[in-house]
Design a protein around this ligand. Sequence first.
Ligand code: 2ND
Length: 389
Amino acid sequence: MCSRNKSWTILWLSKLNFLTVMFFKWFCIWFLWLGPFMRGIHTRVELHIHLDGAIRPETILHFGKKRGVPLPGSTVDELMKHVSYQTPLSLKLFLEKFNHYMPAIAGDREAVRRIAYELVETKAKEGVVYVEVRYSPHLLANCRVEPIPWGQAEGDLTPEEVVNLVNQGLQDGERDFRIKARSILCCMRHMPSWSPEVVELCKKYQNNSVVAIDLAGDELLMASSDHKAAYEEAERCGIHRTVHAGEAGPATMIKEAVYLLKAERIGHGYHVLEDPELYRELLRTRMHFEVCPWSSYLTGACLPDFRKHPVVQFKKDQANYSINTDDPLIFNSNIDKDYGIVKEYMDFTEEDFKRVNINAAQSSFLPEKEKQELLNTLYEAYGMVPATS
Ligand SMILES: O=c1[nH]cnc2c1ncn2[C@H]1C[C@H](O)[C@@H](CO)O1
């Protein structure tokens, strides 16, 4: 009897031991790996995404129907057949994709506010802790903008009110999804006459969501004197500056962005590698490159072989760059797609992703104090001890 009791006890103890070991093992996996996602800890920083390239197809269909704006399809699948694509086009042809759906959104107050709000929700779900979203206020307006974009009739939504609506959408999103979102206002290469107002809007809303100025659009058009004047004014007033350069265009466009427009970050910048001297100098000054891998394939900006992508060299040289989606609606993607590409084809490890996101946070356009808070959030999420300054 006594020995039977003893063996039962041993059996139960070994079972308990096994369960304890299993529990501990699963807890470690959950805490270290799945934990951050399940506990709602966000570890990604995205610096290059276009608001008008990141709209949900359902939202486009909703406003198309509501406003009686014809669209190339009445279901998500039909719409996406026209709006998104799978094999590389030129940058110019890619930019034409916006024509298919922007008339459903531009000029509508509710739509503009909603796309900003939904972007924050999407990014929170993707594990993004901080996003800088960019757009042209003029391309979403239908009043006091010349010419009125997307062939719309004149309405009463001005570029300034667009900025207010986007700010409201972003701020509501920040409150509801508990991540941080800021915006960058774009000048457009083909519309230099809009640039003076863009910089004035950056100045006026500098402490209200807006953190920087950008120059987007067809890069084969050199920066005009209006763009240059806008960037000079931005620098004078302490407005941060980024420029799309060296995406489809050559390294000289990056030179122009850095030395003429005084860019602090470069949108894309892949073709910097064609000018080794410039590349060395930008490595030395820690210039930040906003890299968008899947975008660079679909816009034909880079060779289709990801193993030869410029980011392979950037990684080798420990350059300062981030990983971004650019236009996830048109590229039918999300941030996992871009992280997946660099992981699969360029051997990115978790350590590399940490470095990428810390670099992104350091190169963000947040004021110093908020930047430090963001960095501390990342260090904590990654279980790192912040370096003492
Ligand atoms: O990848 C891009 N390169 C240059 N311009 C772009 C890219 N993606 C979007 N844009 C343009 C089209 C949008 O209407 C505009 C503002 O977001 O910026």
